[in-house]
Design a protein around this ligand. Sequence first.
Ligand SMILES: Cc1cc2nc3c(=O)[nH]c(=O)nc-3n(C[C@H](O)[C@H](O)[C@H](O)COP(=O)(O)OP(=O)(O)OC[C@H]3O[C@@H](n4cnc5c(N)ncnc54)[C@H](O)[C@@H]3O)c2cc1C
Length: 391
Amino acid sequence: MLFKKRAMKDSTYDVAIVGAGPAGLGCALALRAIGLERMTILEGSSVGASFRSWPEEMRLITPSFHSNSFYATDLNAINPRTSPGDLFGVEHLSGEQYADYLGAVVDHYELPVRENCQVNKLHSDPSGFLLETDDQAIRARFVIWATGEFSFPDLEPFPGADLCRVASQVSSWQRIQGDDFVVIGGYESGIDAAYHLAGRGCKVKVLSRTEPWKFDDPDPSVSLSPFTKERLARIVRALPDGIELHGGKEVIEVVREEADYRAFTLDGDSYSSSQPPILATGFESGIKRQVASFFEWKEGKPLFSEVDSSTLYPNLFYSGPSLVHRGSKFCFIYKFRARFGVIAQEIGKRLGKDTSGLSDWERRGFLIEDLDCCTDCKCEVESAEVEEAVT
Ligand SMILES: Cc1cc2nc3c(=O)[nH]c(=O)nc-3n(C[C@H](O)[C@H](O)[C@H](O)COP(=O)(O)OP(=O)(O)OC[C@H]3O[C@@H](n4cnc5c(N)ncnc54)[C@H](O)[C@@H]3O)c2cc1C
């Protein structure tokens, strides 16, 4: 390993950010706000690559609306001054549109992104960290790991999963063949698949361990988002035979049976389809897949300090949807962006920089230090009549 390092070109930065999705780019913008220039953003593919590979029909479930001037910044914006909703005049953007928004931000703010620059290995180093790419060794005093979850679907949740089609790798629901499907997983990705397949006239059975379509938890990280509940209710009304929702069905195996596929569930039932089942059972974290040994773990989850750094390596920060505080997952842009300012402020302080440039970020919800947001997200007003859950 060491002789390879020596042969590589060596560059040194204050901060290296790994991943040019909303998390990495948002942190870069917050660091810019405190005047930090010696940074680099290393992206294995292209800016917004995860969004660009979404199924064509998929939309952001979080709505965009240009309410920035009233201190209620567009929910999908990665800094206080931009609005993807305003850029496209669209409330629920496609993956392509959101990736284009990120590209426009990179161009406008001239962020130092290096595309096609995969970080293969992270090493701790006396001066901080050393990041190994295919052709370079990059040194940085601080690292922000921001590689997301989308690149890491859970491909082996049960035996026979390799016979299934992974929902996040489908390019378009219109173009896959067949008219009967089993979808495994009843959260956002699974219901999105079912909605689009039923919409084109297919029969779809959704098998889910729990019944997210019945949860009424106010946190969209726990229950389905209003956007998805609304779409599901609409399609069930319009095409009552299109989608069957089966809760309490934990799939334990998928097998091939001559022309069909059969999914077996823990309670002894089984469900068949002529098409490979759609696997929508979730994602793993880039932390777990790429830098697990740099973090402390408890019950399968990485531990974070109060400023979103590793508890083992205080100069290694994490930004993105795998962040957890007080048992709450920051798995939406509007949640994890609340910490961009916290990370930038902390790095700024450790570098002896003036961090007052973040005051606008703080006013607009991009620097929330008070973690009460994790425990206090219930609405004070109960609806008079909760709409009957879709069954
Ligand atoms: C199907 C799905 C739908 C979602 N819908 C919404 C939504 O509507 N609203 C919302 O707020 N959130 C949504 N989310 C959550 C969403 O994942 C995050 O909001 C967002 O993608 C996370 O941003 P990120 O920058 O952490 O990760 P990503 O956008 O995945 O960016 C990570 C980047 O890191 C790069 N990378 C990975 N490994 C390396 C490496 N070793 N070296 C260099 N680069 C690397 C990848 O190429 C990628 O570009 C959704 C998630 C999924 C999976």
